[in-house]
Design a protein around this ligand. Structure first.
Ligand code: AMP
Ligand code: MG
Length: 397
């Protein structure tokens, strides 16, 4: 199964998409569920970009022109002021432009003398922000599937939305499996190791705009696994880690074969070969590999597109945890026969080029390699990468 085919099959059982309305103050980090159109023009009226004087440009052709001050336009003022030839109006940044004026002189370029102002600098039309130059009423500026970041929240506010429709956060269960796994911090008996995958997976689930429901690690027993899967089948999807290879104790694969349904098992991917996808009862389930690097690699390559396409994330404005880039290799890296090869690489920008190196040991059990590096090569099957060559990669954000 190629990665592309695996994604296609998984999308036949998409993650359910539901919508809820939330107040703007609670919308940070959420994802828009419908296109958002502006309720107003932005700016709403011609206004000044500077503190200074609103004037008629033709009155200020010569340095030292003197004009009579007829009033002040402040931010929030009503739009009733008007100037005529030979007149000027004090104006503050953001305040409405008085009728009749067509230019602004900066305060720094003026000298005030009683009710007269002497203009010693240029009167610029460019200091006027024109009505609707940013946005027109009705214009859709936030498409559906946009992550509400600081700037997009401000834009939603500017457009007049006090509440908005966002994607309801799907609940995604995260279950580690393995008799050897112990909660970090607890006492380790001989042969046991600390459980770490569920922490990484839960964090990735949240970064993708979903709610992670972390369960304590399940032992390698069909009874415990069945009970845990049943308990969590109320969630919108389940991610397990471990127990999907060929071994006798790979019980996630076994229970899914016997009691669930499997849409595919195994991908042409290194690391991360043995994942499966299917459903438990009606709940979509990804069986991710147990090796810590493999489970993350499969999340980045398979689960991310499944979530983003199921929920309709905008390709540029939606949540993203990696970016596809072209990088120039500084070291040789080995590809994999018949498999897409995701080597850990460290990407850095230098003189306008993205350069990639490899540092630590690349074993799929070495989670340190995912911290020491910040990217994954996307080496096509049967190809090695040579120093100097440009290859595709995922830059982990
Ligand atoms: P498995 O696929 O269950 O055979 O696991 C493969 C390897 O990953 C074994 O060395 C496991 O001990 C390790 N492993 C499995 N699950 C976890 C986990 N949740 N945290 C850390 N290591 C794990
Ligand atoms: Mg195991």
């Amino acid at each position: 199964m190629s990665l592309d085919r695996a994604i296609e099959i998984s999308l036949m059982k998409p993650l359910g998409m539901h919508v809820e309305t939330v107040p703007l103050e609670e919308a940070g980090g959420r994802i828009t569920a419908s296109p958002l159109a502006s309720k107003v023009d932005d700016p709403r009226f011609d206004n000044s970009a500077m503190d200074g004087f609103a004037v008629i440009a033709s009155d200020c052709q010569v340095t030292g022109s003197t004009l009579r001050i007829i009033g002040t336009s402040q931010a929030g003022s009503e739009l009733s002021l008007r100037i005529r030839e030979g007149q000027a109006c004090r104006i503050m940044t953001g305040a409405p432009l008085p009728e009749g004026s067509d230019a602004i002189v900066m305060i720094e370029d003026t000298v005030v003398n009683g009710d007269q102002v002497i203009v010693n600098g240029p009167a610029r039309t460019g200091f006027i922000r024109k009505r609707a130059e940013n946005l027109s009423m009705g214009q859709v500026a936030l498409p559906s599937g946009t992550l509400l970041t600081s700037a997009s929240l401000a834009l939603a506010g500017t457009m007049g939305h006090g509440s908005l429709e966002v994607i309801k956060r799907p609940r995604i269960a995260v279950i580690s499996t393995g008799d050897e796994l112990v909660q970090p911090g607890d006492e380790l008996a001989p042969g046991q190791i600390y459980e770490s995958n569920s922490h990484a997976l839960a964090s990735l689930v949240e970064e993708m705009g979903c709610l992670a429901v972390r369960h304590e690690a399940a032992n390698d027993s069909l009874e415990e696994l069945r009970a845990t899967l049943d308990e969590l089948s109320y969630c919108d999807a389940i991610l397990t880690s471990g127990g999907v290879s060929m071994g006798d104790w790979d019980l996630v694969r076994k229970i899914m074969e016997e009691e669930g349904s499997i849409s595919f098992w195994k991908m042409k991917l290194r690391p991360g070969g043995p994942p499966l996808f299917g459903s438990w009862r009606e709940t979509p389930l990804f069986g991710l590999p147990g090796n810590p690097v493999s489970s993350l690699v499969v999340f980045h390559t398979l689960v991310v597109p499944w979530i983003s396409r199921s929920l309709g994330f905008h390709p540029e404005l939606g949540p993203r945890i990696s970016q596809r880039v072209s990088v120039e290799l500084e070291d040789d890296i080995k590809g994999a026969p018949g498999k897409l090869c995701l080597r850990r690489i460290r990407i850095r920008s230098e003189n306008g080029r993205l350069l990639a190196t490899t540092h630590t040991h690349q074993g799929s059990g070495n989670i340190h390699s995912m911290v020491a590096h910040n990217g994954l090569s996307l080496l096509p099957p049967d190809t090695d990468g040579e120093a100097g060559q440009v290859i595709e990669a995922l830059w982990l954000l």
